[in-house]
Design a protein around this ligand. Structure first.
Ligand SMILES: Cc1cc2nc3c(=O)[nH]c(=O)nc-3n(C[C@H](O)[C@H](O)[C@H](O)COP(=O)(O)O)c2cc1C
Length: 216
């Protein structure tokens, strides 16, 4: 079972929640691996359509060869996948978007079949953001994040879950940055009271997805 970190920070909010989800999956007896996308050198879909060519031999496979290729190959055999991204400019990070283009697009068929992913696997998304929940809804962020789940369900063949962590602590020390809009005191309180609940929810989600994967 793969856990994909779409944050440049390897120990940030997204990574911590992914690790908790991974603990949950391990508790269910499933083998896990975390991949940090920012450690890989790759680009988004080049729109070459090689994966859609009649008789082209690359159906379901991305022909672009770069640092993402080994992960894309490994994901063909995954029992489940959890993808985490911080919210940047009301959406997923560029690295996550480029990854999803390369992961999902080759499996998407412009025919009645819909997908050529070799199996049906469950998936989940973890999103972290500075914004409070009501502001995220109001700004359309939650709606912007829906396509990940929609395409995951359609292409990987099983329902996909999402977990949101709002009002995250972005800086270790707010005093060092120009960030008077935020109250460090409130952020610390949030980290102390809410973030552990988000971690717990991530653990449970990881466990649930692992159990649904049926892979040991
Ligand atoms: C370039 C950039 C853009 C961001 N844009 C948003 C945003 O639009 N909305 C939001 O709520 N938070 C935004 N944030 C804050 C992050 O989403 C938030 O701190 C997140 O929890 C960071 O995740 P990480 O700790 O895993 O890196 C932005 C952060 C950066 C660096």
């Amino acid at each position: 079972m793969y856990f994909i970190n779409g944050s440049p920070r390897t120990n940030g909010n997204t990574a911590v929640l992914l690790d908790k989800a991974m603990e949950g999956a391990k508790a269910a007896g499933v083998e896990t691996e975390r991949i940090d996308l920012y450690k890989l050198d790759y680009k988004g879909c080049a729109s070459c359509f090689a994966c859609k060519l009649k008789g082209g031999g690359s159906k379901g496979r991305c022909v672009q060869k770069d640092g993402l290729s080994p992960l894309l190959e490994a994901l063909r055999d995954a029992g489940a996948v959890v993808i985490g991204s911080p919210v940047y400019f009301f959406n997923i990070t560029g690295a996550t978007q480029s990854f999803l283009e390369r992961f999902f697009y080759p499996y998407g068929l412009y025919t009645e079949e819909t997908t050529c992913f070799p199996r049906r696997i469950p998936s989940a998304f973890i999103y972290t953001m500075n914004m409070k929940e009501d502001a995220a809804h109001e700004a359309g962020v939650i709606a912007n994040l829906r396509p990940g789940q929609i395409f995951a369900a359609r292409l990987l063949g099983e329902e996909s879950e999402a977990l949101f962590s709002f009002d995250t602590k972005q800086f270790d020390d707010y005093g060092r940055y120009e960030a008077s809009k935020f109250s460090e005191k409130e952020k610390i309180e949030r980290l102390r009271l809410q973030f552990p609940l988000d971690c717990r929810a991530a653990f449970e989600m990881g466990k649930r997805i692992a159990e649904r994967s049926g892979v040991k």
